[in-house]
Design a protein around this ligand. Structure first.
Ligand code: CP
Ligand code: NVA
Length: 347
């Protein structure tokens, strides 16, 4: 229910903001347009979200800064060169100090234990903006994108599923389809993005088919969480990319060399040979002829060729745009309103 709520709210944030930016600035105070102008929630008014990023970011940072200002607040970027943490100060002390001056923390860290430590000592909410193990906000954007494109995966079987099509959007003020069930294949490295797919997609009724070389199997702490959540039943795991894409409505991959793994580049390029997502791979493996392609970005040609990445199957840029609306919804609900009782129907 929490995931659905975040997704529904993301959809709402997107609609309201898109309408707002299209509305011309009223020239007089009596303009009739002012009456119909709806602002997004201003739950961050006078509030600051600290962006504690110890790794690079394009999408996550852009999404955070732009959405915090739409919510009436600000995002304060604290890169690893800007603050004392990790050099002159402990995570524990930093958590207390940042939480004394800001109303929320969005943190991109190296080892996952760093964000656990931050959350343990922070007096305000801490949200994971990417760690060695997880990338939860990416998966919210991916799910929103999947549901928005659901009608394109297989027009015959998805017809009548309800919502998701532009026509449905006109009829239904909140056309987020929760009944769509897809087969999602992931081909490549078992890293943070995949780990969050493993603990999320099966809970929403999607089947996950993963191919990764033997030695890159997800670590035990990820499998523990997968089992705790009962997601194991919805996952097929193997090392043959052709088998993984069988019946896939969507094919997903990520870089083979995540941030911090640069020294392993040569070995990884060798280990992942044959895992590049291509038209030929998906045709030979028997993917749904209408399959779509997703990637969290940034992308390298190693894991997906240009034909797929820039071709009509690719929904990577709508996926990137959706980082904004899902992060906006997350900030609104988990930082702006985290200690407020939200009246029913308002979030
Ligand atoms: N997908 C993603 O997290 O991108 P950035 O590293 O650019 O934020
Ligand atoms: N797995 C990648 C994701 C980047 C958004 C990394 O951690 O670098």
């Amino acid at each position: 229910p929490q995931i659905h709520r975040l997704l529904q709210h993301s959809h709402f944030c997107k609609q309201i903001t898109k309408a707002l930016v299209k509305t011309p600035i009223p020239t007089t105070t009596t303009s009739t347009r002012t009456k119909s102008l709806r602002l997004p929630s201003q739950s961050l008014f006078n509030k600051t979200v600290a962006l504690m990023f110890s790794k690079r970011s394009t999408r996550t940072r852009l999404a955070s800064e732009t959405s915090a200002s739409l919510l009436g607040g600000r995002a304060l970027f604290l890169g690893k060169e800007d603050v004392q943490v990790g050099v002159n100060e402990s995570v524990r002390d930093t958590a207390r100090v940042v939480g004394g001056m800001c109303e929320g923390v969005f943190a991109r860290v190296g080892g996952h234990e760093e964000i656990e430590e931050l959350a343990k000592y922070s007096p305000v909410p801490v949200i994971n903006a990417l760690s060695s193990l997880w990338h939860p906000t990416q998966i919210l954007a991916d799910l929103l994108t999947l549901h928005e494109h659901a009608h394109e995966f297989n027009p015959k079987t998805q017809k009548g599923v309800g919502a998701g099509t532009p026509a449905d959007a006109g009829k239904n003020p909140n056309p987020y389809p929760t009944s769509v069930r897809l087969t999602v294949a992931y081909v490549g490295d078992s890293a943070n993005v995949l780990h969050d797919m493993l603990v999320t997609y099966p809970r929403l009724g999607h089947q996950l088919r993963v191919a990764s070389p033997e030695k890159y199997r997800a670590p035990p702490e990820v499998w523990r969480r997968v089992e705790e959540l009962g997601c194991d039943k919805g996952i097929w795991w193997g090392s043959d990319p052709r088998e993984a894409v069988k019946g896939a409505d969507v094919v997903v991959t990520d870089t083979w060399i995540s941030m911090g793994q640069e020294a392993e580049k040569a070995q990884r390029l060798q280990d992942f040979a044959g895992y590049q997502v291509t038209e030929a791979l998906c045709r030979e493996g028997g993917a749904n002829p209408d399959w779509k392609f997703m990637h969290c970005l940034p992308r390298k040609q190693d894991e997906v060729d240009d034909e797929v990445f820039y071709g009509p199957r690719s929904i990577v840029f709508p996926e990137a745009d959706n980082r904004k609306w899902t992060i906006m919804a997350t900030f609104d609900l988990l930082i702006g309103k985290w200690n407020i009782d939200i009246p029913k129907g308002e979030a």
